[in-house]
Write a protein that binds this ligand. Sequence first.
Ligand code: FES
Ligand SMILES: [Fe+2]
Length: 438
Amino acid sequence: MLSARDNELITRVGSGTPIGDLLRLYWIPFLFSWEVTADGNPERVRLLGEDLIAFRDTAGTVGLIQNNCPHRGASLFFGRNEEAGLRCVYHGWKFDVAGRCVDMPNEPAESDFRTKVSARVYPCLERAGVVWVYMGPQNPPPPLPGLEWLDLPEDHLVASKRVQDTNWVQAMEGDVDQSHLSFTHSSLRPAEDPSDDPRIAQIRKLDKHPRFEVVRTRYGTCIGAGRKAPDDQRYWRITQHLMPFHTMTGPYGKEPLRNWRAWVPIDDTTCVVIGVTFQPRRPLTVDERTRVRTPTWSWTIAPEHRAPPTSRAFGRWRSSLGAHNDFGIDRRVQRTETFSGIPEFWAQDAAPQVGMGPIFDRTTERLGTSDLAIIAVRRRLLESARALQDGGVVPGEIFDPACYAVRSDALLLGADESWFEATTERRKAIAGVNPDCA
Ligand code: FES
Ligand SMILES: [Fe+2]
């Protein structure tokens, strides 16, 4: 459980809050490059409780500017994106991606008022088809984290997003918690285990209380969940939590597809999950691309369950499954086919999490031994937020992008082997290398 004070501290993301100020020290992924085109339509964005407008200017640079025009507050969403800037439709003031007011047509030509006005903008960078923003005070901003997929060609990866109507920590905790796999995502037909391997399905079925171990690292927390396996072995799944909101859960099988997700706060009660599934060694095959989009395998919204797109912030990334229709639960399927009866993998997580309410009151929780990783990740976030608030301490990992070049893992080891030592090399992201997993 958390105290009421810590629950407030970890969940409130506005500017001036301890965790909000901490989050603003890190680069934040939020947009796909294809979502904004040169001189094309502006996009509404909302991050950390701030309403913003993204646009790509004539030269191809992405800008992220305050929603309210600095003149009298009209929404720049309605602006004209033309000739290297976004022009407000109310009185024609125009701003470039650096926030400079480059035209003020309703003031006399001889006035220098234009040079005294600027808009709040945040610097953006694009890598591997994803746009990142830095909303913090460091000038220049720190480097991007050295995640391995950022250096891959775009045909090696599939990226998607989805909006969830809960606080971001509540959503992220699902990835940190390996214990729910034996339940939420399990099939009543063992052949349909997400591992696609009857051996692993059997292990998961026989040992439903994995032994959890956590190791504090430079970048965050490395989490091992070990289950008893036949022949005096142990099946370890290794999850990474990278500060502040990145997760990598263990992959499956030979030459596995790897995954990364960021749990980005839209505001206190909504988050957007942005994720990439990738193959480090080669382009994805057609078959792999298809598999990533199937409801039983993937964390992305399957095409048949996408909600019609809207122009609200992240309005392209909502599902027709939600609290209003109980995430499509089918009680017959729950009795006979799957543990949850919920049709899509991501919705099997979202249904219990949204059911907690937008911000769960963690003072009422009863945490057990299987919640060790949740406790460790919360502690790291709270410690960093307090150190920043009390002493102005900026976390070291922000200036050490190489420490983010890590991987998750899944493997069988001898019962007495140390999972952390045995995977020292396998957890390093090495270009062109992709060890098989169990
Ligand atoms: S409100 Fe934007 S130009 Fe007047
Ligand atoms: Fe899950």
